[in-house]
Design a protein around this ligand. Sequence first.
Ligand SMILES: [Fe+2]
Ligand SMILES: [Fe+2]
Length: 358
Amino acid sequence: MTRYDLSRRDFIKGAGTVAAVSALPLSLVELAFADPAQNFTFAYISDSHIQHVKGAKFVRNWDRGLIRAVAETNLLRPKPDFVMFGGDLAQLGTKEELDHGAEMLSKLTYDLKCVMGEHDYYYDLGEYWSKLFGDQHYSFDHKGVHFVVLNSILTDHEWTYNRWPTAEQRMLEMAGLDNPNGSPFMVGEKQRAWLAKDLEAVDKSTPLVVFSHSPIQKIYKGWNFWTDDAEEVQALLKPFDKVNVIYGHVHQIQYNQIGNIAFNSVMATAWPWPYPQSYAQADQHLPKLTVPMNRANPFFERDATGWQFIDVGTGRVALEFNLYNNTNRTVAWNSATGQPEDSAFQDAARQIAPQTHY
Ligand SMILES: [Fe+2]
Ligand SMILES: [Fe+2]
């Protein structure tokens, strides 16, 4: 079901009769807050990896992914309250790439907020990105929800400042998916101190939504689907009743629950990553992280790219994944099980098994 050019009333009316949307807890959304006006939606676009070739030439496919996401977001009904961009706007962090990406994002007809990705950062350590988009970490309040944006892709001083002879090489070393010369990401002590102070003033019953680029959990170190100080950040979020962490970077659908924290990933507009060969290499204490994408061809770069429409109700998020060349999927909070779920794809018989690579 598409949301384009549907009024809110039409959408709600339609939802009761369309089985595919039943995963979206619309009744919950409507009952969510004492004042229903508090329920709201926002859109999420991430990982566009705009890549400069030379002169005025950019990789066309990555451009098309972002242009399409912006155009579709502008057509949304109901209109989202704002749009988040989840990081990795650029591929190699250059001024040309960031300018070109910013120009495409400027076509959005909504307020835009941005998260820093490693591909935006490691060329000039975030300097030009900050000129375009502002702070690398910040918080804001919207309709009773406290939002926090973190720069989770920092790493240690030695790797950042001393290890590489040039900025270009530093960027290339961090840009590889499977590169042993990379370095684990972290939020870092300074930002954690800021977060602790920011959260001090927030009532513990206030719903919290945290945006990061890398997952604030340890999924797969080999591919840097990992944040080294994840546990320390999680500890700061622990006192809150309802916490949602939304992250990009992994270019695939993942969801998870650790204690009080629900984790949801978002798609890339550029290309999907295959699933790591085995999540068994992740720490044993982690529960099952994901339901495999119903994805016919992992090497077809449009088979699992897209963007998200996010409902916030009861202080929980429901992500509707708008996939360019695949069935749309919804991952919504299930109040019965107390975790996020993609209820339409729970049945293993309905899933296309993830292919083995190489
Ligand atoms: Fe990315
Ligand atoms: Fe990334």
